[in-house]
Design a protein around this ligand. Structure first.
Ligand code: PGA
Length: 246
């Protein structure tokens, strides 16, 4: 019912030439048709990647919620729309940590993304300290609720939630697939409480945090995990292909 969705997050890696080389290599591969796949790339290469890509969807890693104006260094939804960008990552923990992204800006961006039909991949997740003090679910519940404030029920199926425990990002420490499943099920329950079960069952929830070719199938075998948001292991085209062909 929910199409699996593997999204690479290149973060601040690759030149345009390297990005294009990756797309060309993946274009030649036979990839699982039952899986949707994308790469979230730096702004400067989005247009070229979009032109080159056959079946790989293209995502931005951030966007501004204002339509236009004096926001030096920012990129708007109209600009992304012109390129034909498919998805946008919103509220990645690195944006929250280093660039002052808040639950409030996340919510503004989510609402705009739905309006523009550039579908949001909304990141939520707890710190190690929050997990160790048993607050992980409280934290994630608040993040999910705030992100979805004022979202219309009929738009919900266009939202992807990425559960990314911060302590598992780029550290080589993956949450156990059972812990990841437990939190993703909790996120679905939170959405059900906000809306209803039918619509909660349509929302795709990804896990992210040190996903690699050798652990992706275990993670993808879980009932409430519908995909993965993958940083480090998405940089090499052969690994990306293995992730999609989990
Ligand atoms: P990682 O990053 O796969 O390198 O842990 C995941 C992410 O930040 O989306």
């Amino acid at each position: 019912m929910r199409k699996p969705f593997i999204c690479g997050n290149w973060k601040m890696n690759k030149t345009i030439a390297e990005g294009l080389d990756f797309i060309e290599k993946v274009n030649l591969e036979k990839l699982n048709e039952g899986v949707e796949y994308a790469v979230a790339a730096p702004f400067v290469m989005l247009q070229k990647l979009k032109e080159k890509s056959k079946n790989i969807k293209i995502a931005a890693q951030n966007v501004h919620y204002e339509k236009s104006g004096a926001y030096t260094g920012e990129v708007s939804f109209d600009m992304l729309k012109e390129i034909g960008v498919d998805y946008v990552i919103i509220g990645h923990s690195e944006r929250r940590q280093y660039f002052a992204e808040t639950d409030e800006t996340v919510n503004k961006k989510v609402l705009k993304a739905l309006e523009y039909k550039i579908y949001p991949i909304v990141c939520v997740g707890e710190t190690l300290e929050e997990r160790e003090s048993n607050k992980a679910k409280d934290v994630v519940e608040i993040q999910v609720k705030k992100a979805l404030e004022n979202v219309a029920k009929q738009d919900l199926s266009n939202i992807v939630i990425a559960y990314e425990p911060i302590w598992a990002i780029g550290t080589g420490k993956t949450a156990s697939s059972d812990d990841a499943q437990d939190m993703c099920a909790f996120i679905r329950k939170t959405i059900e409480a906000l809306f209803d079960k039918d619509v909660a069952d349509l929302v795709r929830i990804q896990y992210g945090g040190s996903v690699k070719p050798d652990n992706v199938s275990d993670i993808m075998s879980k009932n409430d995990i519908d995909g993965a948001l993958v940083g480090g292991a998405s940089l090499v085209s052969t690994d990306f292909v293995k992730l999609v062909n989990f």
